[in-house]
Design a binder for this molecule. Structure first.
Ligand code: SAM
Length: 275
């Protein structure tokens, strides 16, 4: 059943460490700050996060909420949540609890939180309206939701070039629709409508650009191992792996600067809305 397989794309226990190390610093951590700026997380905030993964947003939110706040990080993948939970507490940051839970059934009471966050979880949810209704349910009146998701109209970098290189050599999809670029993106209007239909008000959903910086082409190619597509590369024989890596490198070459580092513009909807 396709939706189930897609939502389980991050269950491999080797993935969380690679995801965080290879994709966190250059991509997901800088985007986390953009999302947290948009929702203006205040000291003392009670925060719930959906599809929290390894905790890149979780820990940034906890720093902003400070000692008097608290964060509940949830995700459907036990592997992601185990890795998230294993991070030591940071001095001065809010305490973090974790729970394995689908976005549509959070283990929380109605109105329990001031802030509800979801960074790049929407592409994997079988029931996006249900997930946004759940954010609404767990927020107190006046609480704020923050959602980010890649936007259409731009190649989703680095994932589009990586996945395309694997598709070109006939590697199978790691989950149904895995090569369908449209399945990873939502327009500002689509996010706005999901929020409005769930009952949110004061909705601001806009495309935002962020220039991401990568140390080298090799680092960017290696980052495929932080995604569910990495196993496809590993499954190829040595010569074929080299070929695919070379194709990926070629696709990234237009962003290489004179010093060998890369600067790549990326585009997400950043949405903020009130309960
Ligand atoms: C691209 S990762 C994003 C992780 C994290 N938010 C970040 O910004 O680094 C997508 C996450 O969505 C989770 N996920 C997929 N389907 C889900 C569902 N139905 N409910 C909750 N989490 C889900 C995956 O396990 C994975 O951790």
């Amino acid at each position: 059943m396709s939706d189930t397989e897609r939502t389980a794309a991050f269950t491999d226990t080797a993935l969380p460490e690679r995801y965080e190390r290879l994709l966190g610093p250059a991509l997901f951590a800088p985007w986390a700050e953009v999302l947290l700026d948009a929702v203006a997380v205040a000291p003392g905030a009670r925060i719930v996060e959906v599809a929290a993964g390894t905790g890149v947003v979780t820990r940034a939110a906890a720093r902003r909420a400070g000692q008097t706040g608290h964060v509940l990080a949830t995700d459907i993948s036990p592997a992601m949540i185990a890795f998230n939970a294993a991070h030591p507490p940071e001095p001065g940051a809010a305490p973090i609890r974790t729970a394995v839970a689908p976005a549509t059934a959070l283990p929380c009471a109605d109105g329990e939180f001031d802030v509800a966050l979801c960074q790049q979880g929407m592409p994997f949810f079988p029931d996006r309206p249900g997930a946004v209704r759940e954010l609404h349910r767990v927020l107190r009146p006046g609480g704020v939701a923050g959602i980010s998701v890649w936007t259409p109209g731009h190649e989703v970098v680095p994932f589009g070039p990586m996945n395309g290189a694997l598709q070109d050599v006939g590697a199978p999809e790691p989950f149904p629709g895995g090569y369908d670029e449209t399945s990873y993106v939502l327009s500002p209007e689509q996010v706005h409508d999901l929020l409005a239909d769930a009952g949110f008000t004061r909705i601001d959903a806009r495309e935002t650009e962020l220039l991401t910086r990568w140390p080298s082409v090799d680092a960017l190619v290696d980052a495929v191992h932080g995604t569910p597509f990495g196993a496809l590369l590993t499954a190829l024989d040595g010569e074929r792996q080299k070929q695919v890596r070379a194709v990926m490198a070629g696709r990234f070459s237009r962003w290489v600067r004179d010093d060998g580092t890369l600067a790549i513009p990326t585009y997400s909807v950043i949405a903020r809305a009130s309960r």
